[in-house]
Every structure is written in structure tokens, then in C-alpha cells.
Design a protein around this ligand. Structure first.
Ligand SMILES: CC(C)(COP(=O)(O)OP(=O)(O)OC[C@H]1O[C@@H](n2cnc3c(N)ncnc32)[C@H](O)[C@@H]1OP(=O)(O)O)[C@@H](O)C(=O)NCCC(=O)NCCS
Length: 188
């Protein structure tokens, strides 16, 4: 199912096709990708069979969210290449089992697809769509030192709030926000 399209990209559900499962394994077995995903349980993948488990986890996590929140495949329209994952979801809180009302956008691209602006393009469309529903702000949280990811947040026009410990079990994370309405100095 297609969630949205942009000039170059389709954002769609990951499927259990052999090609998608192979790509999930290739992406999430790579240290240069998973090193930045915090203490995500079960990563890196070490066996191709684990790709189906990862897909099942995403499906279960977002079963009640329709196409509003999810972890989706990003595919290049012209070539069909799946370049990675884009996600939108409620941030887990200081107690990681309890989701907060704060919404996170995130991006995980295969290294063969870095340097083309795909993360920024997909995230911009997703954030715009979410803000248009009335959500006041969308966050991005980044492990300190992940320069490439912080650059995506800045390209999206997000404001850097510094390091926060409000989410993901209290982990210290560089926090960026994009608000639906611009800050008004002295405003209420
Ligand atoms: C974070 C990550 C998605 C960034 O990938 P990226 O390719 O640098 O980011 P974008 O897709 O926005 O692409 C921007 C780059 O493409 C270039 N680019 C080329 N063509 C472009 C185009 N048509 N439009 C926009 N940018 C373009 C930009 O100049 C920029 O390159 P630069 O950084 O050398 O200046 C990637 O490094 C990654 O997946 N890392 C591992 C997982 C991870 O850390 N995820 C984030 C966890 S918080």
C-alpha cells in the first residue's frame, strides 16, 4: 500500500516479498546503519530469516495506526530501488514501554543510497502530511555524533533543541523539532 509519493519517491508498506525481506536484512545487518539506532533490541540482524521477524514487529507495533504511523519502505519511482526506511511514530517515553504523545520522524537508508537527498525528501513529505492533520510538532531524535542524521533534520528546517532525555528510556539524544506554526517571540 502506498502511503505517499514525492517527486522521486514512493513511501509504501514493507512487504514479505523475497526482495523486500532481502533488503531489510541487508539494511539492518550493517553496522554503519544500526550503530546509530540506539539500544534497538534484536539489531543488528545476523540471519536473513530475522527480516521477517522485523517486519512482523513493525506490523504489530502499528496495527492500530492505519497508514498514519509506521515504518515504511522508501522506493525510487524511476528505478524501483528500495533505498531504506522512513518512520513516523509516537516516541517511547522514559519508560520505553509507554509511548508518549510526542511524534517522531526517523530515517534509515542503505549506504548505497546515501547522498541523493532521499531521506530529506521522504521525511519532508511525511512531516508536512502529519502537521497538516493538526499535530502541533514533530520531533527527530539523534544519537550524539550522528552528523549525517543531524544534517537531515537541519535540511528539513527543524530547530535544534539540544540534548534531551525525555524519550527512549532516558537516553541522551540530540533533539530537533519542526512546529506547525513558527515560534512567535513573546507570543502565547
Ligand atoms: C542519516 C542518513 C539517512 C543520511 O543520509 P543522507 O543521504 O546523507 O541524507 P539525504 O538523503 O537527506 O541526502 C542528503 C545528501 O544528498 C545530497 N544530494 C544529492 N542530490 C540531492 C538532491 N537531489 N536533493 C537533495 N540532496 C541531494 C546532499 O547534498 C547531501 O549530501 P551531503 O551531506 O554530502 O551534502 C544516512 O546516513 C543513514 O541512513 N545512516 C544510518 C542510519 C541512521 O543513522 N539513521 C538516523 C538515526 S537518528
Amino acid at each position: 500500500m502506498t502511503v505517499l509519493t514525492t517527486a522521486r519517491l514512493i513511501v509504501r508498506n514493507w512487504t514479505d516479498s523475497p526482495a523486500d525481506l532481502a533488503r531489510i536484512f541487508d539494511l539492518y545487518s550493517r553496522n554503519e546503519v544500526v550503530r546509530w539506532l540506539g539500544a534497538a533490541p534484536g539489531l543488528p540482524l545476523t540471519d536473513p530469516a530475522q527480516a521477517a521477524d522485523r517486519l512482523a514487529l513493525w506490523r504489530a507495533r502499528h496495527a492500530d495506526h492505519g497508514d498514519r504511523y509506521g515504518s515504511w519502505a522508501v522506493q525510487v519511482r524511476d528505478t524501483g530501488l528500495v533505498v531504506g526506511t522512513i518512520l513516523l511514530k509516537p516516541l517511547p517515553g522514559r519508560d520505553e514501554q509507554v509511548p508518549t504523545g510526542d511524534i517522531e520522524v526517523g530515517w534509515h537508508l542503505h549506504p548505497d543510497s546515501w547522498g541523493h537527498g532521499y531521506a530529506t525528501e521522504a521525511a519532508r513529505a511525511l512531516v508536512d502530511r502529519e502537521l497538516a492533520t493538526g499535530t502541533p510538532q514533530v520531533y527527530a531524535v539523534v544519537s550524539p555524533g550522528n552528523v549525517a542524521s543531524m544534517a537531515v533534520a537541519r535540511r528539513l528546517g527543524m530547530t535544534h533543541l539540544g540534548r534531551r532525555t525525555d524519550w527512549y528510556g532516558g537516553e541522551e539524544l540530540e533533539t530537533f523539532v519542526r512546529r506547525a506554526l513558527p515560534d512567535s517571540p513573546g507570543g502565547h
